[in-house]
Design a protein around this ligand. Structure first.
Ligand code: FEC
Length: 307
C-alpha cells in the first residue's frame, strides 16, 4: 500500500490576542524577551489593525482551498497548517501528522523567497520533526519564479494601477521584508530571487519602470537591507512624483506587515508628502494563487524520492 500522503503548509504565525504579543515577540527573538516598551509598541501596531492579525484565518482558508483544488485534481490528501512563531508550531503539527498515519509529505513555506534567515528556519523545524517521526519529507523551498505566482502578482498589480487616476504616471514599488545586511556576506539567494520576481512581474505587466524597496526592518542594532520603503517614498516625492503603487511581492497574505506597515505607516508618510498610494491586493486564498500552490505540490510529489 502507498504511504499515506499529506501537505504541510507553513506560515509565519501571529499572536491570537493582544495578551499573546509578548510571548510571540519573544519567540521571534529566539527566546530573548524584548524590552517592555518594544512589546507595547508592537501591541499598538496590532491595535491599529483591529487588535489581531488575519494571518491565521487566511492561512486556514489557503489550506482549505488547496485541499479542495488538489482533490479536484484527483489527489485527495489532507493539508495541515503549522506556524513558525505561534501555535500550532511546526514540530507539534508534524507529530499530529505522524499520529494520524502520514508517512510521506510535501512541505511548503508561504514565503516565496529563500533565505537562511527566514525560509530555512521553517524547514529545519519540519525536517527535524519528520525525521523523528519517520515521515519522508519533500521540501518546496523557493518558488519565487513560478509562472502561476508571477501571473497572480501581475494581475493584482494591474488592478492597483487601474485604480490610479493616471496609471501611466504611477511609479511601481515592489516590496519585500528586509533582512539584516549580513546575509550578503554568505551569498544568500534572497535578494537575487526577489529581483527575479520583480523582473518577471514587471515584464508581464509591461512596466516602463519600477523600483524594489525593503520594508518592515526591525530595530536590532545592525544594518538591514535597503532602500527602505519610506525612504523610497520620500525620494519619489522629491522627484515630483504624485502617484505610487506598492506591490508587496514578498508576502502572500494580508497581515501586520501589509495592513500596518504599508496600509497605515507608508500611507501616512505618502500622504504627508502629497503622494497618492495604491497597494496591490494580497493573494490570500484566491483561486489563481491556490492553483499555483497546487502545481508546486503535485510536482514535488512526482519528483523521485524524498529530500
Ligand atoms: O500578521 C502577523 O501577525 C505576522 C506578520 C509577519 C510576517 C512576517 C514575515 C517575515 N518576517 C521576516 C523576518 C523578520 C526578522 C525579524 C522579524 C521580526 C518580526 C516582528 C513581527 C513580525 N516580524 Fe517578521 N513577519 C511578521 C511579523 N521578522 C511582529 C517583531 C517586531 C518587529 O521587529 O517588527 C527580526 C527578528 C529579531 O528581532 O531578531 C529577521 C521575513 C518575513 C517574510 C518571510 C516569511 O513570511 O517567513 C523575512 C508575515
Amino acid at each position: 500500500m502507498a504511504a499515506r500522503q499529506a501537505v504541510l503548509l507553513m506560515a509565519y504565525g501571529s499572536p491570537q490576542t493582544l495578551d499573546d504579543v509578548g510571548t510571540y515577540f519573544t519567540h521571534i527573538r529566539g527566546g530573548r524577551t524584548p524590552p517592555a516598551e518594544q512589546i507595547e509598541e508592537l501591541r499598538e501596531r496590532y491595535r491599529r489593525i483591529g487588535g489581531t492579525s488575519p494571518l491565521r484565518a487566511i492561512t486556514a482558508r489557503q489550506a482549505e482551498a488547496l485541499q479542495q483544488t488538489l482533490a479536484r485534481q484527483g489527489m485527495g490528501i489532507p493539508v495541515y497548517t503549522a506556524m513558525k512563531h505561534a501555535p500550532p508550531f511546526i514540530a507539534d503539527v508534524v507529530g499530529v501528522m505522524a499520529a494520524e498515519g502520514i508517512r510521506d509529505a510535501v512541505a511548503l513555506a508561504l514565503a516565496p523567497h529563500y533565505s537562511r534567515l527566514s525560509v530555512a528556519g521553517y524547514f529545519s523545524a519540519a525536517r527535524e520533526a519528520a525525521a523523528a517521526h519517520g515521515i519522508a519529507l519533500r521540501a518546496v523551498e523557493s518558488w519565487h519564479d513560478h509562472p502561476g505566482f508571477i501571473a497572480a502578482l501581475a494581475a493584482r498589480l494591474r488592478r492597483a494601477l487601474a485604480r490610479c487616476a493616471s496609471p501611466e504616471e504611477a511609479e511601481v514599488v515592489f516590496t519585500a521584508h528586509s533582512l539584516p545586511e549580513r546575509i550578503r556576506t554568505w551569498d544568500d539567494p534572497y535578494p537575487v530571487q526577489l529581483m527575479r520576481t520583480c523582473d518577471l512581474v514587471a515584464a508581464l505587466a509591461t512596466l516602463p519602470s519600477w523600483r524594489l524597496a525593503y520594508q518592515s526592518a526591525s530595530h536590532t542594532g545592525e544594518p538591514w537591507l535597503g532602500p527602505d520603503l519610506l525612504a523610497v517614498l520620500r525620494a519619489l516625492a522629491a522627484e515630483g512624483r504624485r502617484q505610487v503603487v506598492v506591490c508587496p511581492v514578498g508576502f502572500v497574505a494580508d497581515h501586520l506587515e501589509v495592513l500596518y506597515d504599508i496600509d497605515v505607516e507608508a500611507r501616512e508618510v505618502a500622504a504627508s508628502l502629497g503622494l497618492r498610494l495604491e497597494r496591490a491586493p494580497s493573494l490570500n486564498a484566491e483561486p489563481d494563487f491556490i492553483a499555483a500552490l497546487a502545481d508546486l505540490i503535485t510536482r514535488a510529489f512526482r519528483e523521485e524520492g524524498a529530500r
